[in-house]
Design a protein around this ligand. Sequence first.
Ligand code: PXP
Length: 245
Amino acid sequence: MTRLFVNVDHVATIREARKTVEPDPLLAAQIAESAGADGITVHLREDRRHIQDHDVERIRSAIKIPLNLEMAPVEEMVQIAIKTRPYQVSLVPEKRQEVTTEGGLDLSSQIEFLIQMKERLTSSGIRFSLFVDPDSSQIEAAGRVGADSIELNTGVYSELKVGADMEAALEKIRQSSKQAVELGLRVFAGHGLTQENVQAIAAVPEIEELNIGHHIVSRAVFIGMDAAVKEMIHSIKEFSVLEVR
Ligand code: PXP
């Protein structure tokens, strides 16, 4: 089945609204783990607007499932990753003013730089993933970097409600997934996924793993974290076509 990595950033967003100690994203990660999540994702942003350095360390050492650390491709973050040793690093572009990640990385302009970063991270035993738009030139560049995997940005698809544009966005995701697998890249996806729109993505055979945060945390406000994770797993399971890998 397609794996679910639960992003707990927005539990920390609520905590940081008051600069207090609750709600604790570690507790959310532990509940997600016991509810059946395959991994936990956190985004340590340069402005530390939600997840803090100590959250990464605490979550890394307390959970048994893999931790995926999203971060900007900058030296400060590379050093934190090498020190903390998450299971995987996913590089994402970051702008201070954005509300959330707005698009994938522009890989072609920084291939050599990314190859060096990949070598430093993978030689520390960390898997190396790149967040990219479903665009053939970016997938091709991810292959040249020699990443372990890509995470396809589902943001554009997720913002479309129904109709031809949505089908076209989905088709780009399907084509990019095929292209990536042919280049030897594993394929993950995420951004803006909900119970309503996850199914078409879970049905793409090449997509192994989904990163989902905002919708799960939003649902958790009303039904609790355990139930929110379980209902997302249920939605994914219904449409997942992946054999166990
Ligand atoms: N993948 C990446 C690279 C992201 O930056 C985010 C948001 O932090 C997500 C997935 C999860 O998106 P959402 O919170 O909309 O589910």
